[in-house]
Design a protein around this ligand. Sequence first.
Ligand SMILES: [Zn+2]
Length: 204
Amino acid sequence: MGSEFDERAAELIGAGRFLFSRGWVPATSGNFSARLADGRLALTVSGRHKGRLTPADILLADADGRCLDQRRPSAETALHVQLYRRFPAVHAVLHPHSVNATLLSLLHRDELVLQDYELLKAFPGVDSHECRVRVPIFPNDQDIPRLAARVDAWMDDEGAALHGYLIAGHGFYTWGASVDDALRHVEAFEFLFDCEMRLRGGMR
Ligand SMILES: [Zn+2]
């Protein structure tokens, strides 16, 4: 394994520490990945605590998510692979299981629409608070390839300017050109989800 893998692995480990410190990946939940220049993937190993990742918890997989050593990648690898196939510019995918994402995914039926927030400008291509950022909500499914196919079909129909999506009762996915970009999108979504929850009367 070359140094590029080691660098991406270090970034994913750092992302895990940060996301856990914010309470967004409790109890070994969530999973992360980064795409290397040759198309292979650095993926979190299934079931590891995301706040205490070590280099041994990041595995190397091919572009289809098949592990290139003996370990087992995250159960949700197909969802990462779907995003990498669809978006050539995406090089990192982060999947937290936060309280606000989980609650909002249950409070809204098919999609959450975020608008009038200055922080929407954290997303690429958004240059005004007046933009509407749609966040689709997919039903949860233990059959991950089937869920990935559903996400893919939605993107075929309406996925032009998508920055993330929710899975009902579960969490959300967001991505970016780098691990840093994807982390910024997690932070932005979490801020916006928090605003939405408080607007709904959950003032803290
Ligand atoms: Zn999950």
